[in-house]
Design a protein. Sequence first.
Length: 202
Amino acid sequence: MKKYLSTLSIISLALLLVSCNDTKKANYSNQTDVEVKTTIYTASNHPGKKIMESKCYVCHNPSTDHDSRIAPPMVAIKSHYLSNDTSKEEFTNAVWSFVKQPSKDKTKMRGAVKRFGVMPYQPFSEEDIKLISDYMYDFKIDEPEWFKEHIEEESNGKMKHRNSGKKDESSASAKSSLRDSRPEGEQSVKANTPVIEAKNML
Ligand code: HEC
């Protein structure tokens, strides 16, 4: 009888542990939900960066040279879709409006349509496009070295090279992609130091 009782208590203890575990899990997942919502993204941990690199870089990558391209680099899109006072919401809506149904009528990049044809429709989700746009708007993105000169030349100076990032001052990896065209001496110390950290992270 004693043995029976202790087996019983072991079983109930085990059951108790399992159910405790369950509650812990539930709490844990609640906590992570909250964490996701309150995360302040940096250039390196922003989810939009990864999505952009996996879904858009097939065609829009910054490393292919000008003559071998099949689509403009992402920075070209950023430059055409931003003006001095474009809000993040306007930027995101404009990108989504095109991507959800690409057409010649909606283009802001006639030269690109002429050269490459209209972007083929792909079933991207609005959520992904929002994250990508958020990343592009907030951070300086990787761009080809030839781009700045190219856009100003092609548009006779009318189109501005735009690749600022509101948050990149505080982010290490944003610096690694920063192509600062200013001479060494004019670059701020702040802009130079974090590059070392970014290299160590690789
Ligand atoms: C299969 C190749 C391909 C992929 C993948 C691709 N694009 Fe494009 N995209 C193009 C081409 C080609 C153009 C240039 C022609 C044009 O503007 O329609 C373009 C142009 C654009 C434009 C500018 C449209 C305009 O004319 O105003 C936006 C915005 C855009 N892409 C967003 C994206 C985003 C965001 C992704 C990833 C989620 C993506 N594209 C993935 C081929 C692609």
